[in-house]
Ligand binder design. Structure first.
Ligand code: FAD
Length: 498
């Protein structure tokens, strides 16, 4: 590790642990004295954290963030569950970064379509790709396209007001929903489907949620009473975390359906598990094996809804109903495990099992895709191939966030990842690996191209106008905000004089 990277990473660490940054790290400026012009593509956590770090540790870096949507913040706005408003507080830090006098935001610009990577390369010294993972992995089984089968990604987009998913209108008229996948997104979706409607309106601690009005209305009329989350492996391999599991276990008016037989033998090995996995497994075992007493027993008995975890099952086929169009169930293969612990592999047996359902959501992961043919892309892993954020064989190109390491990890993981990439850029400026000798035109050049192409970029102050309208609309409905759902309308609002 070079001395600069070591010092910067130490500074990051100290900052994260509340101690002062190392002296002497601040104040890096490009050797020639000309401005370092950086373009960031995508305004989710990866984009903002990378920008924040560059602005902090380079005295003259100018950072322009381009975003496909007219509104910033990526999955913090369109992914994080509406009943987790505290998670969205990171928006305050991102807003501070956007207000930095060397940072600009240009929304409503799709890189790869409205502007090419080659064009951006002409105008900036460094391009940092932080465009996330916007596609979903498909199941690859017959019946996947039947009506009533959705990806969790589109369902999440629907309840979070993502413009492209606003008309999803999911089928909520049957009692049983099946979610394929044992991750946090699956639990978010299960919780939203089963939450009492007042909880979605008001939030767990009356902090209110910004769930889209159309979703609130549809969920209020929903008939879904039972949600089964199906996973290919066992309790020791689930990908969700304890906070989300605890929320499900304590969800008002819902009882957990966990089969004691799924946990046979696990009690003996639990003590040897790493701490987070140990606590998570203990909680599952408690919910499955301990008979509740007192108020909890009464609560569970009176609950009108239920949810459960089905282990060791792989989807084989989505079963259509009599009309051949709508989902009526799923055929699953019964699996066994080979190996131990988190890396254990599932192996299908000859046994199959059918489960009935009228709604199916596949929550088996998000996926990145290439946005421009000139950027290397590893299709196998679904990431941009890189070394510490430096795109391989592409000087001047960097990446961070989900497109860099794959679609896993929370916002804090993405923050560290963004800082790591920023350090790589700063190291390259320092070592001369990044050519900053020529002065670059930056946004001025792009502005002319966008104008020619009839694109109307939205500035950060334009976003703040959208924000004001959303907050005002939310006030009328007693919510923190009512999101605008239409891209045209957003652009209109952003371009108003006041
Ligand atoms: P993103 O947040 O996806 O940002 C990418 C941005 O790039 C988007 O704004 C997108 O519009 C933009 N973009 C895409 N293509 C282009 C293009 N061609 N040109 C310009 N811009 C483009 N983490 C937590 O810590 N807590 C939670 O509660 C939590 N809940 C989650 C719930 C869900 C459903 C999901 C999917 C994730 C959740 N996460 C949570 C994880 C967290 O959201 C991610 O770690 C983080 O958002 C990844 O950041 P990113 O910047 O790489 O990607």
């Amino acid at each position: 590790m070079s001395r600069l990277r070591g010092a910067l990473l130490a500074a990051i660490y100290r900052k994260a642990s509340g101690r002062q940054a190392l002296p002497g790290v601040r104040g890096l400026s490009s050797k020639t004295g000309s401005e370092l012009k950086v373009c960031i593509i995508g305004s989710g956590p990866a984009g903002f954290y990378t920008a924040q770090h560059l602005l902090k540790y380079h005295e003259s870096a100018v950072v322009d963030i381009y975003e496909k949507l007219p509104v910033p913040f990526g999955l913090v706005r369109f992914g994080v569950a509406p009943d987790h408003p505290e998670v969205k507080n990171v928006i305050n830090a991102f807003t501070q970064t956007a207000h930095h006098d060397r940072c600009s935001f240009y929304g409503n610009v799709t890189v790869g379509k409205d502007l090419s990577i080659e064009e951006l390369k002409q105008a900036y010294h460094a391009l940092i790709l932080t465009y996330g993972a916007e596609a979903n992995r498909t199941l690859g089984i017959p019946g996947e396209n039947l009506r009533g089968v959705y990806s969790a990604r589109t369902f999440v987009g629907w309840y979070n007001g993502l413009p492209e998913n606003k008309n999803l209108n999911p089928e909520l008229s049957s009692e049983t929903a099946i979610i394929l996948g044992h991750g946090n997104v699956g639990l978010d979706v299960a919780r939203i489907l089963l939450s009492p409607i007042d909880l979605l309106r008001l939030g767990m601690f009356l902090q209110k949620t910004d769930i889209a009005a159309h979703a609130l209305e549809a969920i209020a009329a929903s008939k879904v009473k039972r949600v089964l989350l199906v996973g290919r492996r066992g309790p020791l391999q689930v990908a969700f975390t304890i906070k989300e599991l605890r929320e499900m276990i304590n969800l008002p008016d819902a009882r957990p359906l966990l089969h004691p037989s799924d946990f046979e033998g696990i009690g003996q090995i639990v003590k040897d598990l790493p701490r987070p996995r140990k606590r998570l497994t203990e909680l599952m075992i408690k919910a499955a094996l301990e008979k509740p007493s007192g108020n909890e027993a009464e609560r569970r008995a009176a609950a009108s809804k239920e949810w459960g975890l089905q282990f060791l099952r792989s989807p084989m086929e989505v079963i259509p109903g009599n009309d051949g169009k709508w989902v009526a169930g799923i055929r699953l293969s019964v699996n066994k495990l080979e190996g131990l612990g988190e890396s254990a592999k599932f192996v299908q047996t000859e046994d199959v099992e059918d489960l009935e359902c009228g709604l199916m959501l596949s929550s088996i992961g998000y996926k990145s895709y290439p946005i421009d043919p000139s950027v290397p892309f590893d299709h196998q892993q679904g990431i941009i191939p890189n070394n510490l954020g430096r795109v391989l064989h592409a000087p001047g190109l960097y990446c961070s966030g989900w497109v860099k390491r794959g679609p896993t990890g929370v916002i804090v993981t993405t923050m560290h990842d963004g800082f790591e990439t920023a350090v790589s850029v700063l190291e390259d400026v320092r070592s001369g690996a990044l050519d900053v000798s020529a002065s670059k035109g930056g946004y001025e050049i792009m502005e002319a191209l966008l104008k020619q192409r009839g694109i109307r970029p939205v500035s950060f102050s334009g976003w703040e106008k959208i924000d004001n309208v959303e907050v005002a609309n939310g006030e009328k409905a007693g919510k923190p905000r009512e999101k605008l759902l239409d891209v045209e309308e957003m652009v209109e609002v952003a371009s108003q004089r006041r």
